[in-house]
Design a protein around this ligand. Structure first.
Ligand code: 13P
Ligand code: SF4
Length: 308
């Protein structure tokens, strides 16, 4: 449906009537990013959700992100335009799994990536995103075991950066896991002067670092800062393809090559302009979190927001 002007105008009118804010993740469709009040990574979106004075938050992202907004804003209406927008990584871990895992490591601290359900957050000591996972682990006392979940590739990155041993849940995101070192080699062959921007959820990151040790890994927001600061003119973007939209918008004088057109998160792409319009019009579908879970899940999220 692209940039339908009538639809965009209707969204603008409803946004005002509802006193709503639209928050969009960097992996959203271009036309959804364009109508958002704020576009960012998981950490930036959580921060926006924590400080908004809007009555309604429309989350153009996936379910765990809308849940995080609901945990931070018990009095507000949080809308997710399509409730099927889930996350393969969040699906790898349940609250029951965490309880059983903690029982195996008494006294351990649990750090979970924000890509988890509210029930899992409620069992966690700290949440983190790819933007502050290293700082969170560095802030923990050196003599306690740390249980890190659910992304095993982000965990490997944190272990490399901090030199600390972590107990690791063996989860992964299906989109980032499927990006192969051969995809990167192919693009590097075609663009020999390009710099790599690699997300730490990528399964290929360890193998790339073994052969190209100077390569850095970046959260999606970190990629924006790096692209601005770097002397390079062309970048190979090794993450979900939506990130190229955000980079082209924010750093218009440089060139961004998606590592693979198939690195596309079907959950993120379930959010459409029509869905946003209908959510604002009907104030539905809502995402809510039971109060007992919310109260428990708030603590690790607040710790995440305080660090990094
Ligand atoms: P960040 O935006 O925090 O880098 O996370 C990427 C992601 O996969 C979100 O689902
Ligand atoms: Fe989840 Fe992966 Fe999609 Fe991010 S890209 S929402 S981690 S499935």
């Amino acid at each position: 449906l692209g940039d339908d002007p009538q639809l965009i105008e209707e969204i603008g009118r409803l946004r005002q009537e509802r006193n709503a804010v639209i928050l969009a993740h960097n992996y959203q469709r271009p036309e959804v990013q364009r109508i958002a009040d704020f576009v960012g990574d998981s950490l930036g979106l959580s921060r926006q959700a924590a400080r908004t004075d809007a009555d309604v938050i429309v989350f153009a992202g996936v379910h765990f992100m809308a849940e995080t907004a609901a945990i931070l804003n018990p009095g507000k209406t949080v809308l997710l335009p399509d409730l099927r927008a889930g996350c393969s990584l969040a699906d790898t871990l349940t609250a029951q799994d965490i309880r059983a895992w903690k029982a195996q490591h008494p006294g351990g601290l649990v750090v979970t990536y924000v890509n988890t359900t509210a029930d899992v957050k409620a069992e966690s000591d700290y949440c983190c995103t790819s933007g502050n996972a290293v700082q969170i682990v560095e802030s923990l006392p050196a003599d306690v075991p740390v249980l890190f979940a659910p992304d095993r590739f982000l965990a490997a990155h944190v272990m490399r950066q901090t030199g600390r041993h972590l107990h690791v849940w063996q989860g992964a995101c299906h989109v980032h896991e499927a990006i192969r070192p051969e995809d990167i080699a192919h693009q590097q062959g075609a663009h020999p002067d390009a710099e790599l921007l690699i997300h730490p959820e990528c399964g290929c990151s360890s193998r790339i670092l073994a052969s190209q040790p100077d390569v850095q890994l970046y959260s999606t927001e970190g990629m924006i800062h790096r692209a601005r600061a770097s002397a390079a003119q062309t970048f190979i973007v090794v993450t979900e393809t939506g990130m190229v939209t955000r980079l082209e918008h924010d750093v218009p004088d440089k060139t961004f090559i998606p590592v693979s057109r198939t690195a596309c998160c079907e959950y993120m792409k379930m959010i459409t302009l029509r869905g946003v319009r209908e959510a604002l019009r009907d104030l539905s579908p809502r995402v809510t979190v039971p109060e007992a879970v919310r109260a428990q899940a708030l603590r690790p999220i607040e710790r995440m927001l305080a660090i990094g």
